[in-house]
Ligand binder design. Structure first.
Ligand code: FAD
Length: 476
């Protein structure tokens, strides 16, 4: 894992007092115990430290705070729900945490323009519920929806399980409100699909992981709610079969494949072993399974499409066995296995993770070569790939050998990353598909990015944050 870098300057008591005065004592957390939820990463991989967690209640308070931070060269870590997986939201070097979680107003739902305007601290779940109450769908879907926020989703350009049809966070954003490092407010909160008045500034801040500005609000695109949804679980013989079956499903539904998730057998067994209440959807044991979700604006006919896809898949040897959900509860039970897939690997000891993408056609070769290389590097290790086939996005996790020492295994993290990333790059892929760079992949960027692109990123950082106060040491 990458080493931490030093903060810009230590925070003086006078600066702290000025910042606390902006949000008020009750919204400034200095008590160490109360700070814990803001400092400990979801998997407890990192624990940060900070003199204060500031919880502003408005854009103008964020602006005041950044004016003081800029004037005093004080480092700030923007934070949403603290569910990020690359250490970007953690104050590793005693920086001030700027939590957006009090800014949780849904400013407007406009079902005619098909937009929702949310403050940055609105959780994904609340945004989805507000859209549903207006008869619309906000199509971002992440297992962390109860905690992660709109600001965090946009700052990480989150993907998730519905990106196949609806795209990643960037595709949902129409307008943004952003506080710049010097405290100026960029008001770009428009509802327009078409706005060609120069550079598309909002896209600079999407996926920037809090290094270029603090997102305080966003206008997001809504879509009609589907009238029918069908979910199926299929046992398949190989990774290649998943790619071929996806192609077949796409042909038969013309854009209706909302999710298409692959899971390795060994990982499914681990979920079933460690999570009470889960049950294998099929008796047939196969090397891989896929979870398929189709949706449609038509109330009828989707079941027929799913049956046709699976029957054709059976005929072509792409499917060994399959079951279609009979109820919403059953679909939830299938999805629960998928959602627990990454987390439950932790119950078996250490797990070395890779969130990577390759062109869809290269997924089978990547996984085959990855498995062989991983086993050669650490004999007995257990590769358990899973993820979003349609996006070429594989969560390539490798669990420790049975009975191995967890600490010793995790010491090989960098060696394993190097081994797997080489194969990813060989197949024209990316070492960060959806989780971002943070500190985990920061030192890889100069090695893998086009040098001109990397230089432009540094130029943008210097231009927008000349004092380097926004999330220092992350991404670059
Ligand atoms: C169980 C689980 C499942 C997950 N599944 C997925 C998945 O399927 N797909 C996926 O893409 N991710 C997934 N994630 C990762 C995570 O949920 C996403 O990255 C999410 O978008 C982070 O949102 P957050 O509000 O928690 O942001 P945080 O973790 O608080 O912050 C993440 C980054 O964004 C910056 N940031 C946060 N808010 C702002 C803001 N308002 N302005 C500027 N910068 C800001 C932070 O500085 C940090 O760099 C998962 C995480 C968990 C724990």
């Amino acid at each position: 894992m990458n080493e931490m870098r030093k903060p810009v300057t230590a925070v003086s008591p006078a600066t702290l007092a000025r910042m606390i005065a902006v949000v008020g004592e009750k919204n400034a957390i200095t008590d160490k115990e109360k700070q814990t939820p803001y400092l400990v990463e979801f998997r407890a991989l990192w624990t940060g430290h900070t003199p204060v967690v500031l919880r502003p209640g408005s854009t103008s308070e964020v602006s005041e705070l950044l004016k003081i931070a800029s004037e005093t060269s004080t480092a700030i870590i923007p934070q949403g729900g603290n569910t990020g997986l690359v250490g970007g939201q953690i104050p590793h070097n005693g920086e001030i945490v700027l939590s957006l979680n009090r800014m949780d107003k849904i400013r407007e739902v406009d079902p005619i323009s098909n937009t929702i305007t949310c403050e940055a601290g609105v959780t994904l779940q609340r945004a989805r519920e507000a859209a549903a109450n207006a008869g619309r769908l906000y199509p971002q879907l992440l297992p962390s929806e109860g905690s992660c926020t709109i600001g965090g989703n946009l700052s990480t350009n989150a993907g998730g399980t519905a990106a196949l049809t609806h795209g990643v966070a960037r595709s949902h954003a129409l307008g943004l409100e952003v506080v710049l490092a010097d405290g100026r407010v960029l008001n770009n909160l428009n509802k327009l699909k078409k706005d060609n008045t120069g550079y598309d500034l909002k896209n600079l801040f999407i996926g920037a992981e809090g290094t270029l500005g603090v997102i305080t609000a966003a206008v997001l695109r809504l879509v009609p709610r589907p009238k029918s949804v069908e979910t199926a679980w299929a046992a398949i013989p190989s990774v290649q079969a998943s790619v071929d079956l996806l192609g077949l499903a796409a042909e038969r539904t013309a854009g209706g494949v909302t999710s298409f998730e692959i899971m390795a057998r060994e990982g499914i067994d681990i979920v079933l072993k460690h999570s009470a209440g889960t049950r294998d959807p099929l008796a047939t044991k196969s090397p891989y399974s896929v979870l398929i979700e189709l949706s449609s604006q038509r109330p009828e006919g989707l079941r027929d499409s799913m049956e046709q896809i699976l029957a054709e898949g059976l005929g072509k040897g792409l499917v060994l066995d399959a079951t279609i959900c009979e109820s919403v509860e059953q679909a939830k039970a299938f999805w629960r296995i998928r959602e627990l897939f990454g987390e439950m690997q932790g119950r078996e000891g250490g797990s070395i993770k890779h969130d990577v993408s390759v062109p869809v056609a290269n997924i089978p070769a990547f996984i085959e070569e990855g498995n062989a290389a991983a086993r050669k590097l650490i004999p007995g290790c257990r590769p358990m790939p899973f993820g979003h086939v349609g996006d070429g996005n594989i969560h390539y996790n490798i669990t420790q050998p049975v009975g191995a020492d967890k600490t010793e295994y995790l010491k090989r993290w960098d060696d394993m990353n190097d081994t797997i990333y080489k194969i990813v790059l060989k197949y024209g892929g990316s070492v960060s598909a959806e989780h971002g760079v943070g500190i985990v992949k920061r030192d890889y960027l100069p090695k893998i990015k086009d040098p001109v692109a990397y230089e432009l990123m540094k130029t943008l950082k210097r231009t927008l944050d000349p004092k380097g106060i926004l999330n220092p040491g992350k991404v670059l």
